[in-house]
Design a protein around this ligand. Structure first.
Ligand SMILES: Cc1cc2nc3c(=O)[nH]c(=O)nc-3n(C[C@H](O)[C@H](O)[C@H](O)COP(=O)(O)OP(=O)(O)OC[C@H]3O[C@@H](n4cnc5c(N)ncnc54)[C@H](O)[C@@H]3O)c2cc1C
Length: 387
C-alpha cells in the first residue's frame, strides 16, 4: 500500500466520502481513514433532503440509493401537544414535485464510500487517527488500532471526523464552539407496519421535539431532541418515552402502535456554532466544522456542500503550490456566504422548536393557511445546483 498521498481525509461519513470522490476524480492521491468498518450504523434522522439531489447526481450515487430499502417522502407534517396539525407538500421544481428519501445511513454512507473506492480512493477502515505531525512540506499522519500505529504522509489533511472532531481538538480549532444549548439527542428505530404515508414528521412535546420518518422496510426512525435544563431528571430516554412524548396525541398513537427495535443512540450537544475551519495545510468540513439543529434535516446537505467547496479550493491550492491558511480560507468564506440564509433560518426554527407556546399559533394558523408552512419547507428543501 502506498504511504505518500496528496490528501488524507479523516472520517468517511458523507463529508469525507464526498470530498474524497471529488478530489480523486481530479486526479489526486487520496487516503480516507475511518475508525469504523463499513457498513456501519450512524445516529441520524435518515432523511435525505431534496436539496441534495443535484449533488448526489454529480457524485454518481443517486441511482444506487434506490436499490436499497427506502421511502419516498413527499410531504412534511408538524404537530403540537394540543393536537393541532399542519402539513405542507415538498417543493415542486419546473412543474414537477421533488421528493426526499427515508434511507438508513447504514446504506447511504456505504454507497458513498463504495463510489469513493471506485474513484481510486484508498480507504483505511477500522483505524482511528492517532497523531498529526507537521512536516516542512505537509503532514505525517499516524493511524492505528490499540497500540499498533502506521504512518502515511500528505500535503493536506481534511478533518471530516464529525461533531467531536479529533482533528479540530488536536489542532486547537475547536475553541469557541462551546457546548451551547444543553440539548441532548436520541435516535432509535421502531417497527411500525402502518407507515407514515410518505411524510417526514416533527411532533412537539414539552421540552423538545421528535422527528419520525419511514425507512421503507416496515420500520420508522425516531429522533428526539430534548432540552436538559427544562426537563431536569426527566431527560433520560425512558422518562421521555414514558412521560413526555405521549403528551402529544399524535406521538402517543404512533408509539402505542409501534415496537422498539435495536439500540438507542445518543449525542450531546445537539447543536453548536461554527468552528474556525482552516489552518495551514488543514480544512474541516461537515459536522467537524459546524453543526446545525437537526430539525430541518440539512446536516447531510452541509456536509456534501462543504466537501465540494473544499475540493475546489484544494485544487486551486495545488495549482498554486500554496497550502497556507490564507489560501485555504476561501473555503470558509464561501461556506459562510452560501450557508447564511439556511443557517439563519435554521437558527430561527431552533429558537421556536424549544418554545412551543410561540410555535403553537403558527401550527394552528398553518393548518388553515398552509402556504406559510409550505414557503418555509420550500426554502429548506429546494434542490440546490451542484458546484
Ligand atoms: C438527532 C439527529 C438527527 C439528524 N437527522 C438528520 C437528517 O435526517 N438528515 C440530515 O441531512 N442530517 C441529519 N442530522 C445531521 C447529520 O447526521 C450530520 O450532519 C452528518 O452525519 C454529518 O456528516 P459528516 O460526514 O460531517 O460527519 P459524520 O457523519 O459524523 O461522519 C464522521 C465520520 O468520522 C469517523 N470518525 C470520527 N472520529 C474519528 C477518528 N478519531 N478517527 C477516524 N475516524 C473518525 C466516524 O466514524 C464517522 O464515520 C441529524 C443529526 C442529529 C444529531
Amino acid at each position: 500500500m502506498p504511504t505518500a498521498f496528496d490528501i488524507v481525509i479523516v472520517g468517511a461519513g458523507p463529508a469525507g466520502a464526498a470530498a474524497a470522490i471529488s478530489l480523486a476524480r481530479r486526479g489526486y492521491a487520496v487516503a480516507l481513514i475511518d475508525k469504523e468498518q463499513f457498513p456501519r450504523e450512524k445516529l441520524c434522522g435518515d432523511f435525505i433532503n431534496p436539496s441534495n439531489w443535484p449533488m448526489l447526481e454529480q457524485l454518481g450515487v443517486a441511482r444506487q440509493m434506490f436499490t436499497q430499502d427506502h421511502e419516498i417522502v413527499t410531504a412534511f407534517r408538524l404537530t403540537a401537544v394540543s393536537g393541532a396539525l399542519a402539513e405542507a407538500a415538498l417543493p415542486a421544481l419546473n412543474g414537477s414535485a421533488v421528493h426526499g428519501l427515508g434511507l438508513r445511513r447504514y446504506f447511504f454512507d456505504q454507497i458513498l464510500l463504495g463510489q469513493a473506492q471506485a474513484a481510486g480512493v484508498t480507504a483505511l477502515l477500522g483505524w482511528r487517527i492517532k497523531s498529526l505531525q507537521r512536516l516542512a512540506d505537509g503532514w505525517r499522519v499516524g493511524y492505528g488500532d490499540g497500540d499498533s500505529v502506521q504512518e502515511l504522509t500528505a500535503r493536506i489533511v481534511i478533518g471530516a471526523d464529525g461533531r467531536n472532531s479529533w482533528v479540530a481538538h488536536h489542532l486547537g480549532m475547536a475553541r469557541g464552539a462551546s457546548k451551547r444549548g444543553g440539548r441532548i439527542g436520541f435516535q432509535l428505530r421502531r417497527k411500525y407496519a402502518p407507515g407514515l404515508g410518505g411524510r417526514v414528521e416533527i411532533h412537539l412535546f414539552p421540552g423538545g421535539y421528535a422527528g419520525l420518518l419511514g425507512l421503507g422496510d416496515g420500520t420508522i426512525n425516531l429522533c428526539l431532541a430534548a432540552d436538559r435544563r427544562r426537563l431536569g431528571s426527566q431527560v433520560g430516554i425512558d422518562a421521555l418515552m414514558e412521560s413526555s412524548l405521549p403528551r402529544n396525541p399524535h406521538l402517543k398513537n404512533i408509539l402505542a402502535g409501534s415496537e422498539a427495535l435495536g439500540p438507542v443512540r445518543s449525542t450531546y450537544p445537539v447543536y453548536f456554532p461554527p468552528r474556525r475551519s482552516v489552518d495551514d495545510g488543514v480544512l474541516l468540513i461537515g459536522d467537524a466544522a459546524r453543526v446545525n439543529e437537526p430539525v430541518s434535516g440539512e446536516g447531510i446537505y452541509f456536509a456534501l456542500r462543504s466537501a465540494a467547496m473544499a475540493a475546489e479550493v484544494i485544487d486551486g491550492a495545488f495549482a498554486r503550490g500554496d497550502f497556507s491558511a490564507r489560501e485555504l480560507s476561501s473555503s470558509e468564506l464561501r461556506c459562510r456566504a452560501e450557508f447564511r440564509l439556511r443557517r439563519g433560518l435554521n437558527g430561527a426554527i431552533r429558537f421556536l422548536m424549544y418554545r412551543p407556546a410561540l410555535l403553537a399559533p403558527f401550527i394552528q394558523l398553518s393548518g388553515k393557511r398552509n402556504r406559510l408552512l409550505e414557503s418555509l419547507v420550500h426554502v429548506v428543501c429546494r434542490p440546490e445546483a451542484a458546484i
